[in-house]
Ligand binder design. Structure first.
Ligand code: PRT
Length: 104
């Protein structure tokens, strides 16, 4: 099992866990508005790290971003596999077709 899939499984297993002992359970208990805001913050922090030129910081922020994206997808009951399938679909499209398809 790859890293993101393992993490997705862990996040799903945190449903209903004690928020005082689990950061994921704490986010899940606070709900989608907090999860979405957190993802937005992590996206901004990733952009700032990219512009700062510090690779180590960027790696850390990118990990935070992917982690919080998985929490958000889990909250919406969207499997990582669905997102990967969409990327696979786009990979199969050629340049202009892909642009048209993405803007649909
Ligand atoms: N990958 C992560 C992970 N990445 C980041 N974080 C947490 O995400 C938060 C990042 O937020 P910030 O950088 O803004 O730091 P902060 O100021 O402490 O956060 P806030 O108080 O603003 O929420 C930190 O609290 C990190 O600990 C993570 N927490 C958990 N995981 C994974 O999720 C699993 C389950 O975690 P628990 O639910 O805590 O058991 C763990 O085993 C890990 O594999």
């Amino acid at each position: 099992m790859d890293t993101l899939t393992r993490l997705e499984t862990t996040i799903a297993q945190r449903r209903g866990a004690d928020p005082s002992s689990s950061y994921v359970a704490q986010l899940q208990a606070r709900g989608m508005p907090v999860i979405a805001r957190k993802l937005g913050e992590e996206a901004v922090e990733t952009v700032v790290a990219a512009l700062s030129g510090d690779d180590e910081e960027l790696v850390g922020e990118a990990a935070d971003l992917l982690f919080h994206l998985l929490v958000l997808l889990g909250e919406k009951d969207i499997a990582l596999a669905q997102v990967l399938a969409e990327l696979d679909r786009r990979e199969g499209l050629s340049g202009l077709d892909e642009k048209a398809s993405r803007s649909e």
